[in-house]
Design a protein around this ligand. Sequence first.
Ligand SMILES: Cc1cc2nc3c(=O)[nH]c(=O)nc-3n(C[C@H](O)[C@H](O)[C@H](O)COP(=O)(O)OP(=O)(O)OC[C@H]3O[C@@H](n4cnc5c(N)ncnc54)[C@H](O)[C@@H]3O)c2cc1C
Length: 427
Amino acid sequence: MLRAMASHADVAIIGGGPAGSAAAILLARAGRRVVLCEKEAFPRFKIGESLLPHSLDLFDKLGVREELARHAFPKAGGEIATACGRRTQRFYFEGAMQLSHRSAYQVERAWFDKMLLDRAAADGVEVRQPCAVTGITFDETGATLATGGGEIRASYVLDCSGRNAVVGSQFDLKRSYDHLQKFSVFAHYEGVQRDEGRDGTLTRLVRGKRSWFWLIPIDARRTSIGVVMDIADFRAARVSPQAALENEIAAAPVMHSRMAAAERITEVHAVGDYSYRNTRMHGQRWLLAGDAAGFIDPIFSTGVFLALHSAEQAAGTLDFALRHPLLGRLRMASYARDLNRQMNRYLRFVTSWYTDEFVDVFTAANPPLQIPQAVNSVLGGNIHPNFSVWWRLQLFYLVLWVQKRHALVPRLDDMKAESAPEAATTA
Ligand SMILES: Cc1cc2nc3c(=O)[nH]c(=O)nc-3n(C[C@H](O)[C@H](O)[C@H](O)COP(=O)(O)OP(=O)(O)OC[C@H]3O[C@@H](n4cnc5c(N)ncnc54)[C@H](O)[C@@H]3O)c2cc1C
């Protein structure tokens, strides 16, 4: 419901996704007056369903852990397979090094996002929805946000508007990564073949030569299926997103066989605005969090994790800035440094994922020195790895470097030779 005019808020938050709601809850609980504008009516379809174990502590803090345990689907880990089906590597959070939680959740985002936003409203956040922020003017003492329902005045703006990146777009801060220009097309299905027991909860990544798929079980019946490819490949194919999805599934034996009896139950959705980052994360009266700060290709389910983590840090930063106006900018700069560091860590993984050697090494049998357990730890959301995780990560990257030059384990090309002829284009 729209109201005509807000009184002065401490913080105005743009966007009611996971980042916006989490930050709003934490700020409201710190006694701050918070207005949150969300442009869409919830529930609405959203992609990004696979969560990480490290977010569980924040779910406890937000008071939503029990609700997740009741409604969300458990997740024991992940699996990486080649599209031809010859190589598979499973990893369970149970076996990860230095990870405080041994499982995570898969969620239907329509439910999850609404649940968090409802919690924010219950905690005293003034939620305006549907309410799109159309522009912001900043001055010495705060900001004025223009919305369809009138203006909002606040001391600080926290931009959690996701890939819309309202503040980043206004100040032209958004920069894409040339090497990660991807296109993704996805939908929900029923009847996708699953494994028994805990293996039926895994996030599956099926890696082809020029594209890869995810299979995420979001409840006992429904599975989120998507494919990611170079945007140039999608354009060159000159087909609709739906045809691209269907063609890719048909060409990948693992997908084809798991989906033989599957039925699509949602529209097909597509996203083309892939990995980017803002050149600045803060200004005198504003701060960015979640995808509004940057979006690293979420192959390893890091999107919601980074959104929640940055939201928690951003809420602490703004609360500090409101208490200590003179020191606020220093704390914001430190927030931005930390967030850039986390994004760099996952960017390195993502960049590696798109190399052949990553899959060569990751799917190799019996890797030594507990390297997968260390990689698994960081992929579980461990952003402060101790020394024993750190040196194994460095070794992992060294092995990738060597693999590129001298085959330590059989290469993807060997896998292609092993695979059925129809798999050759995708595996
Ligand atoms: C293809 C794909 C697959 C993904 N898979 C995963 C996954 O498996 N696991 C994972 O963790 N992450 C995944 N992600 C990433 C994940 O979806 C995002 O990282 C996450 O949703 C970010 O949360 P957020 O709160 O920052 O932004 P969002 O969830 O995008 O929320 C932003 C909100 O702001 C609102 N908004 C936008 N503009 C305005 C405006 N002007 N005024 C008011 N409101 C506005 C939007 O309506 C939206 O509700 C995936 C992303 C893509 C594209």
